[in-house]
Design a binder for this molecule. Structure first.
Ligand code: HEC
Ligand code: HEC
Ligand code: HEC
Ligand code: HEC
Ligand code: HEC
Ligand code: HEC
Length: 443
């Protein structure tokens, strides 16, 4: 039992690496704690009297219609306004700006003229405490752009920005795995050495027939496998040919991340507000960007809860709205059009081949079919996709199953009476009205 290596060395390596890991991770947490504490303290130290959180609530309820903290709207951006004027002046202005202007106050008249003499509401009902709260809110430092920046892991475990990044954790795991591998190799070599020293021979493998040769000899097995392969490839080939030209589920990435869930779902905007031509023409059409600006002139940023939802989908909704502004040439800060526009190239999703004829008005207005019957739960779609196969079989099936709508439709009354006599039924399906004739759908 000599010269087999020192088994103690293994446990020493193990101990050493464990100690290394521990110091490493403790350092990370220490760094973390060190950076966290002052960050939480900072705003409190610099904020004036007043409760910023309460101020924010009042601001959102009373002032947000005309003011933002960091951007011009109807009125100026209000961040830092508490430092621009003294408190007494602000009290007077907010409670009744018109009166202050009339009194001839120089600064009041200056800002009033700067904003084309557009009046600000008076808020006599707000108490001193309310106003202090609002001012405290405007004096909050601007939140740093929420960190999408990678947390940098510097050798030695320095972590900036708080929170251990996934990379550090993954790195540590990789290290542990690598150490395990090394240890296993060491154990293996030590054991072989011990075995050799004791004169034990490792058992030699017996020579056996390679598995593929055994397989080739068994004809029955070969036959079954060949049949199986033929059948399954035929099945997949058939499936593949049938899906040519069928784009069900097609979900391209659009130039602007536009969410039907938020617009048609959460905010309940009617489909036809944007897709107005669905009612009376063949095509439903994509709205022009002017339609968007009806609302987005005053919606430059989404609510915080909405913004948080966007994070889950990996998009910054505010940046997407900015893309809309870039396209129509809208300057948010100045609140006017710059004249520099660039088209948004929406990618078309639903597209029948040229030889097929489909008309929205006929289905939406005449037949009274809901958009969702064909397009699926659009109001839940974060990203638009093709819900239905749009195959001929799909059209025909529905024509066979759906009754023609006769209510409020005098046009059909006579045809309907004649045809229902002919077929001897009360209700006519679209198919019985001629919805299966090739010429109706094919030019
Ligand atoms: C109806 C729109 C409107 C509302 C609501 C409104 N403001 Fe204003 N505010 C303005 C306009 C416009 C101006 C620019 C001066 C002017 O034209 O009267 C202004 C100016 C100001 C100023 C001066 C800013 C500067 O930089 O000189 C302060 C402060 C201010 N508003 C605070 C408030 C507060 C606080 C509220 C909510 C309690 C509020 N405003 C609600 C329209 C509004
Ligand atoms: C605020 C405007 C707006 C509203 C409201 C709206 N849409 Fe859209 N819709 C768009 C825009 C913009 C696109 C193009 C971008 C995209 O595909 O996501 C689009 C695309 C579509 C498409 C895919 C078009 C294609 O390329 O094949 C369908 C289908 C659709 N909308 C159906 C609906 C339905 C159904 C509703 C009501 C539940 C609705 N939309 C409400 C703006 C709107
Ligand atoms: C009827 C009003 C209205 C119209 C029209 C409208 N939007 Fe919106 N938009 C909203 C509202 C409300 C929100 C969400 C605000 C929130 O949740 O805080 C929003 C949010 C957004 C967002 C961020 C969330 C998302 O969907 O990615 C984008 C981008 C956007 N709109 C683009 C558009 C585009 C492009 C059009 C035109 C095709 C359009 N909007 C038309 C009201 C409208
Ligand atoms: C009977 C099924 C059906 C109904 C109901 C229906 N659509 Fe469509 N939609 C289609 C088909 C099929 C296409 C592809 C048309 C083409 O390529 O010519 C389409 C295409 C579209 C497009 C892409 C642009 C275009 O016109 O080709 C939009 C947008 C759209 N539909 C919105 C709507 C809206 C909004 C409604 C409800 C008001 C609606 N659809 C109702 C079947 C339907
Ligand atoms: C959700 C059910 C539904 C689907 C899906 C559908 N249709 Fe229809 N379609 C109808 C109904 C109901 C009518 C009868 C409308 C009426 O009263 O004129 C109709 C009528 C028509 C007509 C007029 C028939 C006539 O007699 O004048 C044409 C053309 C047509 N559809 C084409 C299509 C095509 C092409 C598709 C597939 C891309 C399709 N439809 C998918 C329900 C559907
Ligand atoms: C309700 C509408 C409708 C009627 C009626 C209809 N078709 Fe079609 N047909 C379509 C649509 C939509 C497509 C495109 C399907 C696709 O792109 O997958 C199509 C595709 C086809 C194709 C191309 C092959 C394929 O599946 O893509 C042929 C051939 C065809 N139709 C023949 C006919 C004949 C023949 C008739 C009369 C017996 C007929 N169609 C009646 C809607 C119709």
């Amino acid at each position: 039992m000599k010269k087999v290596g020192n088994p103690n060395s293994i446990s020493r390596i193990l101990l050493f690496s464990l100690a290394f890991m521990l110091t490493f991770s403790i350092q990370i947490f220490a760094q973390d704690a060190a950076t966290m504490v002052p960050a939480a303290d900072a705003p409190v130290a610099s904020a004036p009297v007043g409760d910023a959180a309460a101020g924010k609530a009042i601001f959102n309820a009373q002032c947000a219609a005309c003011h933002k903290l960091d951007a011009k709207m109807t009125g100026p951006a209000l961040r830092g306004v508490g430092a621009k004027y003294e408190k007494e002046w602000l009290y007077k202005w907010i409670r009744n700006s018109a009166e202050l202007i009339k009194s001839g106050d120089e600064r009041a008249n200056k800002i009033f003229n700067e904003y084309n003499q557009s009046p600000m509401n008076a808020f006599p009902q707000l108490s001193d405490a309310d106003l202090d709260n609002i001012i405290a809110y405007t004096m909050e430092p601007k939140a740093a752009p929420v960190a999408t920046t990678e947390v940098a892991a510097v050798p030695g475990g320095k972590v900036e920005g708080g929170g251990i990044s996934n990379e550090v954790i993954l790195g540590a795991l990789a290290l542990v795995l690598a150490m395990l591998v090394v240890m296993l190799l060491l154990v293996n070599s030590v054991l072989t050495k011990i075995a050799k020293a004791n004169g034990i021979e490792a058992a030699q493998k017996e020579k056996t027939l390679p598995i593929w040769k055994a397989f080739a000899k068994n004809q029955f097995l070969v036959l079954v496998t060949v049949i199986f392969l033929l059948l399954s490839s035929a099945y997949f080939a058939y499936g593949w040919f049938m899906q040519i030209g069928v784009d069900q589920g097609y979900e391209p990435i659009q130039p602007i991340h536009y969410s039907h869930r938020i617009h048609a779902g959460d905010n309940g905007i009617d489909c036809k507000y944007c897709h107005s031509s669905a009612r009376d023409s063949k095509h439903s059409g994509i709205p022009s960007l002017n339609v968007c600006m009806n609302c987005h002139k005053s919606i430059a940023e989404v609510a915080e809860t909405t913004l948080a939802e966007g994070k889950e989908f990996g998009v910054d909704y505010n940046q997407e709205i900015q893309k809309l502004y870039d396209a129509v040439g809208w300057d948010v800060a100045e609140q006017k059009y710059t004249g520099k526009t660039q088209p948004v190239k929406w990618i078309r999703i639903h597209n029948l081949p040229d030889f097929a004829y489909f008309n929205h008005a006929q289905h939406v207005t005449v037949a009274g079919i809901e958009c969702q019957t064909c397009h699926g739960p659009v109001e839940e779609m974060e990203i638009m996709y093709q819900h239905s196969p749009l195959t001929m079989g799909w059209c025909i099936n529905c024509h066979r199953e759906t009754d023609v709508k006769l209510k409020d439709n005098d046009y059909y009354k006579k045809i309907h009476e004649e045809l229902s006599k002919k077929y001897g039924v009360d209700k006519l399906t679209a198919a019985q009205m001629g919805g299966l004739e090739c010429g109706k759908c094919h030019y």
